[in-house]
Design a protein around this ligand. Structure first.
Ligand code: NAD
Ligand code: GLY
Length: 368
């Protein structure tokens, strides 16, 4: 097992990465589970795959799982499910000193974390991430949220978990498309500030997706260490440091919005294509070489992730696609904030990008 500390001032916690953590969830959580009944929020897919394993561990420790099983999918991050889940927790008389378990991907982690943030003005929660995306990104750092009709993740709170248990075994039951989608966030850490890790991804990315245990452990641990370092320096995204984690997300978000936040384009797929677009846009501005931008595109394509916006078959203009960016949370006093690259591992934040410039670029990408 690898243990990565997240050194948030006053509220440090551990991310434990390894095999068999869900089968030993009671032992891993230890005295944090202080009552005989343990509230666990999950979704139906994860419950079917891992519910019995978690329950057996709790039972062996003399505890009983109280399940809240939500529908799988992004639509679950809603006011309706948040409010019903908070009522359910209140109904079970969960106290501030108790720990709520979040067993699932980013949807369950984000919703449960937000419920924990507002329940009795804040109680503890433990992340049990079961997707690659959740293990390398969403379970660490304390961003919690739901979606509203106005957009994704627009209502939420910063609320750090008390512990994260990333069980690599959970990835065995994850659909291949979800695995690849999460892998985009792994590549992101290489592109942000670690060119050696990007080169490692080029050499071992396919092994990660194929199930190589050592490659998966290295990919998750390196990603979590990078995220922990960034989050510890800029917990509330005020200095620009944490914003680097949004590489590919502005373009990706526009594509997700255009495809209706649906199965047509998963979040990680949008991020993958978004990182390629950020690289090509950076090359067009003369910030990085075209060959380097195409090296990024080639790696993304080599693992089956989208690297060409034309393949989405969108019936949209560059201007319409760019207009979605105005709803990005990073818009500040009407100015877009963009993450561009001076090279692989040299990502930086700029506000010096106009919507017209992005529209022209996207129009060219859509034409090919
Ligand atoms: P998800 O939670 O919807 O999970 C993807 C699918 O996989 C679901 O159908 C789920 O039921 C299924 N699944 C999960 N684990 C499984 C397993 N082990 N075996 C079989 N099936 C399994 O999606 P996700 O990609 O994990 O998360 C996406 C969400 O994360 C988005 O809402 C996004 O906004 C959020 N996010 C949050 C942060 C953050 O910092 N808080 C960062 C990135 C993304
Ligand atoms: N996933 C971006 C962040 O945690 O800041």
């Amino acid at each position: 097992m690898t243990v990565i500390p997240v050194d948030i001032a006053g509220r440090p916690y551990e991310v434990r990465i390894g095999s068999g953590l869900l089968a030993d969830v009671a032992g891993q959580c230890g005295t944090r589970l202080r009552k005989p009944h343990v509230p666990i929020v999950t979704d139906a897919n994860v419950h079917a795959a891992w519910g019995a394993v978690v329950e057996a561990s709790l039972r062996a420790a003399g505890k009983q799982a109280l399940w809240r099983i939500l529908p799988p999918g992004e639509a679950t991050k809603s006011w309706e499910h948040l409010s019903a889940t908070v009522d359910w927790l209140l109904g079970h008389e969960v106290e501030r000193g108790d720990h709520i378990l979040a067993l699932g991907g980013g949807v369950i982690g984000d919703l449960t974390g937000f419920a924990a943030a507002i329940l009795k003005r804040g109680c503890h929660f433990i992340q049990l991430p079961t997707t690659l995306l959740a293990q390398v990104d969403s379970s660490v750092g304390g961003k919690t949220a739901i979606n509203t009709p106005a957009g994704k993740n627009l209502v939420g709170a910063f609320h750090q978990p008390a512990l994260v248990l990333a069980d690599l075994d959970a990835l065995a039951t994850l659909p291949a498309r979800e695995l690849a989608s999460g892998y985009a966030e792994v590549v992101k850490y290489g592109l942000i500030d670690d060119p050696a890790f990007f080169a490692w991804c080029e050499a071992h990315g396919r092994a990660v997706l194929a199930g190589d245990a050592n490659a998966r452990a290295h990919a998750v641990a390196t990603s979590v260490a990078a995220k922990a370092r960034i989050v510890a320096q800029d917990e509330f995204e005020t200095t620009g440091m944490r914003a680097l984690l949004n590489l590919g997300h502005t373009f990706g978000h526009a594509l997700e919005a255009e495809t209706g936040f649906s199965n047509r384009l998963l979040h990680g797929e949008g991020v993958a294509l978004g990182m390629v677009l950020a690289a090509r846009f950076s090359a067009r501005r003369g910030l990085m070489g075209e060959a380097e931008a195409e090296r990024i595109a080639a790696h993304i394509a080599s693992v089956g992730l989208p690297a060409d916006v034309r393949a989405l078959g969108l019936n949209v203009s560059g201007g319409q696609l760019a207009a979605h960016m105005l709803h990005d949370k990073k818009v500040d006093a009407g100015r877009l904030a963009f993450l561009l690259m001076r090279g692989i591992g040299q990502t930086f934040l700029t506000k010096d990008v106009s919507l017209a410039e992005v529209s022209d670029f996207l129009a060219d990408e859509l034409k090919g």
